[in-house]
Design a protein around this ligand. Structure first.
Ligand code: CO
Length: 622
């Protein structure tokens, strides 16, 4: 037995599949090995939180609470861990304190033993309420510090230097943390920096120190080893089929690398290999999410631009939708500039999406000409305190059409209690607290899920689980079809629909697209994926909009998106600059103002409708 064994947290059931396959791993494929995972002797298993909650309800029709209950039943020995986004819980905005209390309480009762809590800005005020609630339930509170770099790519510089991280570690320990975690979501922590950081943190900490890193840039195994040598207590790893690439380092080589050392893991390599074999046997079901056209398993460019892999794939899809893929380099140059202006927020959810989308807007429409609601809120301090001051010109540009003033208090202080409202909103469907919490996190997709769960709506075909045979058959059919497709086929329009065709025992899936759009054909609203998943909303083709009549002004969609809501009604008077329509584009809410003063003549789109670039969203007559 090693003198000081490194303890291992396994992330296979959460971050592993979240990082590599858009969080799509279903319970039916985890359950068969859960019992054996429990026997492995892991320090803990990360099984819940983050995108798992979102994707389970949005795409898989699996109840996240039921998933947790099942994990607890199958893995009673190993402490179960979840990732909690501080005051944002498992959602994307700041929630009221009563919701934080209720969510933590229920999660603790259903099965979470260790709560890993972080805030995207490392702002203590966004963590304190959850921390209190966790302590109140007698559970393990782990506070995680988001690791990022200033500009140089290494630890140091004016903001993210050793003093900053050691200061956060001390402050988090004072908040009652039972352990501290360095959360390196971008895979930016370099090996020798890790050694320095771990040594410095250990010298001020009385509680264990854990490292969570991602392989994205290719440094993670080296970083892990240096951190272990410097005295790290716990490391996050993953079974090899879901390790490396943008996920965690693999456990198997680590077991070997540390064998016969005083940091030996104590884990049985043979047993781990068997579990890996099992995963290899089920993962082909998820091929569509796992496959990457790239040859390299690492993204070496991260070392240069520090932009996480999920963020760059989002940028590429956003630019493709805007028909501006040739401007990617400009966007990549714009990101560090925006980040500096915004006071160097760590590029972690939701800041990574917000910064990336703003960079796309700045390049396409001019700097801060279109500012998302989220960036406005950030500038107002509603996400917390920026690590460095925000550029005053940017504050002015972002808030030019708003009378709101930046706050300097705790963001959640401004939020009214919301638990009762959530219960009330679903009272016709369910009185279950878990359902109310699901709804509170995801009012749109969560509500749809609850209707499916309680049998009020049928489960859509695409949410149903598939067997390996079904997946293989669909692939074969698709590749057959593709090889026969004429190369000059016109692009699919927004009216195309998929149909199942059965010929005897044979089944084909065909897509039918009318040559001319039929009257009354509606576009199905497409949910946007906010969760770092690779799902991309289908965007209708661009339809040339008729010219505006004299004395009229039209508001066109500057970029494809989903119409979230109108701020006005037909017939209403508006002044130039008044908000008219909110378009969700690039996962951000963008308020589009009236270009002139006048009367709202028509609002041609429906809330929830997916619109093409240049679609007419409103007509204003002067
Ligand atoms: Co992670």
């Amino acid at each position: 037995m090693a003198k000081h064994p490194i303890k291992i947290t396994d992330t296979t059931f959460r971050d592993g599949h979240q990082s590599l396959m858009a969080t799509r791993l279903r319970m039916e494929d985890m359950e068969p090995i859960a019992g054996r995972m429990d026997e492995m002797g892991f320090h803990s298993m990360e099984v819940w939180g983050g995108a798992t909650f979102d994707v389970a309800t949005r795409f898989l029709a699996e109840d996240p609470w039921e998933r947790l209950r099942t994990f607890k039943r199958l893995m009673p020995k190993t402490p179960l861990m979840m990732l909690l986004r501080g005051q944002s819980l498992v959602g994307y905005r700041t929630y009221a304190d009563d919701l934080v209390d209720a969510f933590v309480q229920r999660s603790a009762e259903v099965g979470i033993d260790i709560f890993r809590v972080f805030d995207a800005l490392n702002d203590e005020r966004n963590i304190e309420r959850a921390a209190e609630a966790i302590k109140k339930k007698g559970k393990h509170l782990q506070l995680a510090i988001c690791y990022t770099v200033t500009e140089e790519g290494r630890l140091g510089g004016p903001i993210y230097n050793l003093d900053y991280f050691v200061g956060k570690a001390k402050s988090f320990q004072e908040m009652g943390a039972d352990s501290i975690c360095i959360k390196d979501m971008g895979g930016l922590l370099a090996p020798y920096d890790a050694a320095e950081l771990v040594t410095a943190m250990k010298s001020v900490l009385d509680v264990p120190l854990q490292l969570h890193t991602h392989y994205t840039s290719g440094m993670a195994s080296m970083t892990a080893l240096k951190a272990i040598e410097a005295g790290l207590d716990v490391l996050d790893t993953c079974l090899s089929p879901l390790a490396l690439r943008t996920a965690q380092p693999a456990i198997e080589p680590l077991v070997m690398a540390l064998s016969d050392s005083d940091r030996e893991t104590g884990l049985d390599l043979d047993k781990i290999l068997e579990l890996g074999d099992y995963l290899e046997s089920v993962l082909p079901k998820y091929r569509q999410y796992l496959e990457s056209p790239r040859a390299a398993v690492i993204d070496a460019k991260v070392l240069k631009h520090q932009i996480p892999g999920g963020m760059s794939s989002n940028l590429i899809s956003q630019l493709r939708e805007a028909d501006a893929l040739d401007r990617l380099d400009e966007v990549l140059d714009e990101i560090p500039r925006i980040r500096k202006e915004l006071g160097y927020p760590p590029l972690v959810t939701p800041m990574s999406q917000m910064t990336g989308s703003q960079a796309v807007s700045n390049v396409l429409f001019g700097r801060y000409k279109m500012v998302s609601g989220q960036i406005k809120d950030y500038v107002l301090g509603l996400y917390g305190e920026s690590p460095a001051p925000i550029d005053s010109e940017v504050i002015e540009m972002a808030l030019q059409d708003s009378d709101a003033k930046p706050i300097d208090g705790r963001p959640a202080d401004a939020i009214e209690p919301e638990m009762d409202k959530a219960k009330d909103a679903i009272k016709d469907i369910s009185s279950d607290i878990e359902d109310a919490l699901t709804y509170a996190m995801y009012p749109t997709t969560g509500l749809t899920f609850l209707k499916i769960k309680h049998g009020l709506e049928p489960m859509p075909e695409e949410m149903k689980p598939k067997t390996l045979e079904q997946v293989e058959r669909e692939r074969a059919t698709a590749s057959q079809g593709a090889s026969k497709a004429p190369s000059d086929a016109p692009p699919r329009s927004r009216f195309s629909r998929q149909f199942n065709v059965y010929v005897g025992e044979q089944h084909f899936q065909v897509e039918v697209d009318p040559l001319q759009p039929m009257q009354g054909m509606a576009v199905r609203p497409v949910q946007s994926a906010r969760s770092g998943t690779s799902q991309r909303a289908a965007v209708p083709e661009q339809a040339p909009a008729p010219k505006a009549a004299p004395g009229e002004a039209r508001i066109l969609a500057p970029i494809p998106g989903v119409v979230l809501r109108y701020a006005v009604e037909v017939g209403q008077d508006v002044a130039a600059g008044d908000p008219v329509v909110v378009l969700e584009a690039m996962k951000m809410e963008n308020t589009l103002p009236s270009p002139i003063s006048g009367k709202v003549k028509s609002l041609p789109s429906q809330p929830g409708e997916t619109v093409a670039k240049d679609a007419v969203l409103a007509v204003i007559s002067s």
